[in-house]
Design a protein around this ligand. Sequence first.
Ligand SMILES: [Fe+2]
Length: 345
Amino acid sequence: MTTTMAEQTAAAVNLDPTVPAPMTNVAEYGFEGRFEDWADDARYFEYSKAANPIGSGHTPRVPIIQFGPELYQDGPTGVVPLDLSKELGITSGTATSPGLLANFVRIRAGEQLGTSPNATSQLYYTMYGRGFAAVDGRMVSWEKGDFLTLPAGSRSVFYAESDAALYWVHDEPLLRYLGVQATEPRFRATKFRRADAVAHLEAVAAAPHANDRSRVSVLLANAAEEQTLTITHVLWAMFGLLPADQVQRPHRHQSVALDLILDCQPGCYSLLGTRLDGRGDIVNPIRVDWQPGGAFVTPPGMWHAHHNESGEPAHLIPIQDAGLQTYLRSLDIRFTTSYGPRVFS
Ligand SMILES: [Fe+2]
């Protein structure tokens, strides 16, 4: 009778973890007395006590918070971090979400500002003004409406030719959490010119049945991110139009959105909530009224819908960590219809 390899292994080795390994005499190998314990930081939780630290409140949730344009509009040249580190229980530095930091950047005409975050991905959107930047010794111009993405290791100085304000998002909080330095660029520095982005958005808006789609918007992507189709391997950016008197129905995703609002009149707002009713509407929503030049945080997993009752079109730029979430296959984006929740898998 023959025995299989598996049967031989089972006969030779006892895998029951409650039975200790047979004793050996380490002195024979000359190692005696050199072993450290390393058990001081080991902790043990009964499963139900630690299986859901977010649900139990142990790990703070990402809050819904709004940041107004008054934070930078009349300010001096400098960076205004949209800091929620206290709310998130993060003690290692500033953060807007666990992985990302959004900032308003103000540069007065004729002045300059240097940046060199420890980040794999930086995105700058110019809200107003124009200027140029020296990035690792290379020059690039920027103006209102341009998006600029910079990879790991970028050292930059931004010069403003006219009064300028930028929205700057990067992933330094993620790198601080991991305890790593970003050294290897994963994409080339890339500019998405205002005219190109606007032309693409206008083409989408003019297409037949544009308003039947869930969004009238353009997703900005880098040629290097073939798998995730995102603006960097970590970041995701959308250039969106919310037409007058339109509702963009609820959807949700596990990425955090750091939404920048551009032009909007009173009557534009988002509704956010954790559950949908049978008709696919958000139950007991929290309302966030849009502010031109302001930003707000949409937490992961929360249903959100955008409403425009202002009579005028409005533009928005949500920036998310959805490049990373897509790569991890954890984005879990879902949409509702007027007939109830609809899941795309
Ligand atoms: Fe969203």
